[in-house]
Design a protein around this ligand. Structure first.
Ligand SMILES: Cc1cc2nc3c(=O)[nH]c(=O)nc-3n(C[C@H](O)[C@H](O)[C@H](O)COP(=O)(O)OP(=O)(O)OC[C@H]3O[C@@H](n4cnc5c(N)ncnc54)[C@H](O)[C@@H]3O)c2cc1C
Length: 299
């Protein structure tokens, strides 16, 4: 077995990871590994467990579409998991590698006449991140289709977690704040058949809705979860915060729950804007907005 020291010697060090995130924000990772579809699950698990067993922390990210990485960056190893690929079964189940893009899977499901993943059209990121976050849109989410997921642990063992064990909630799962390191390798989903024209029509409608209502600049999508019976965007807008800016981080003038960055935005400014919005909404509306995004790295 290759030691961590040998592996580490071949990895890029102190590489900024902002370019692997949707907001284009974030300082360096001590060690970086970018997995692509040629990377096998065995290789991923070996790397993950070698680092952890040597006492090096590991953070797996997918599309970086739901994380704000600090300016100081991430200590230890960051694995950017873009290891993609999927395998269809005749019964409507598909086993997809966690690095598969949501868009790619949504398009492939539609092309085969499987319904249930249309919501993912226009949602950036990978299946692994979507599982952790129970991503969803247009009244559906991952929880509606997930059968199970294969998850690797620090000691290199792999377990299959059925949907019930994943305990999906609104933009939440048992994995989102899981205390021990884990690596989602594959996710199995189940879909049902439908008329391909109807599936494509729904996807076109969702895409048109996004184009109308969401900004195109770099962002993390919705920063906050919607509070019960309300919308975070409505509350932020009602407080007059559309367009509010700290440094170059800005509350989108189009959709108040999207915060824009310009590619040079500091994570500290983006986070300060989040905290400012939280405080103003609390003072004026009496609602404490809970972030949907996760803060990653050294703050
Ligand atoms: C423009 C825009 C629009 C968006 N619209 C939506 C929307 O409509 N609905 C919605 O739900 N979300 C939306 N999002 C947020 C985001 O797209 C989703 O949450 C997406 O599922 C995140 O996937 P990711 O691969 O980018 O995850 P990341 O941001 O890379 O990671 C999220 C979390 O999962 C962990 N993780 C990722 N992969 C693995 C793995 N293989 N093993 C272990 N842990 C892993 C990370 O460590 C992190 O904790 C939007 C984002 C943007 C930028």
């Amino acid at each position: 077995m290759t030691s961590w020291a040998q592996i580490a010697a071949g990895l890029p060090q102190q590489q900024p990871i902002g370019k692997y995130t949707a907001a284009r924000i974030g300082g360096p990772a001590d060690y970086l590994f970018v997995a692509d579809s040629a990377t096998t699950d065995d290789q991923l698990v070996a790397l993950f467990s070698a680092a952890l067993q040597a006492g090096v922390p590991v953070r797996v990210i997918g599309g970086g579409a739901n994380i704000l990485v600090s300016d100081a960056g991430v200590r230890g190893l960051v694995i950017v998991n873009r290891a993609a690929g999927f395998d269809w079964q005749a019964d409507g189940t598909v086993t997809a590698r966690a690095g598969t893009g949501l868009l790619a899977l949504a398009r492939a499901a539609a092309a085969r006449g499987w319904r249930g993943f249309e919501w993912a059209i226009g949602v950036p990121g990978t299946l692994g991140g979507a599982l952790v976050n129970n991503a969803g849109a247009h009244g559906s989410d991952m929880a509606a289709s997930v059968v199970d997921a294969r998850i690797a642990h620090a000691d290199g063992t792999i377990e299959t977690w059925p949907a019930e064990r994943l305990q999906f909630g609104y933009r939440a799962s048992a994995l989102k704040h899981h205390p021990a390191p884990f690596f989602v390798l594959t996710v199995r989903l189940r879909f049902t058949t439908d008329d391909p024209d109807a599936i494509h029509a729904r996807m076109a409608e969702y895409t048109a809705h996004r184009r109308r209502t969401q900004p195109t600049g770099a962002s993390l999508g919705s920063v906050f979860k919607n509070p019960p019976n309300d919308y975070a965007g409505r509350l932020i807008e009602a407080c007059g915060l559309k367009g509010c800016q700290i440094g170059t981080a800005q509350v989108s003038p189009l959709h108040a729950n999207f915060f824009l960055s310009d590619g040079h935005t500091r994570a500290a400014d983006y986070r300060a804007l989040i905290e400012h919005v939280q405080q103003v909404v609390q003072e004026r509306c009496g609602v404490w907005l809970e972030p949907e995004i996760q803060f990653v790295g050294e703050w």
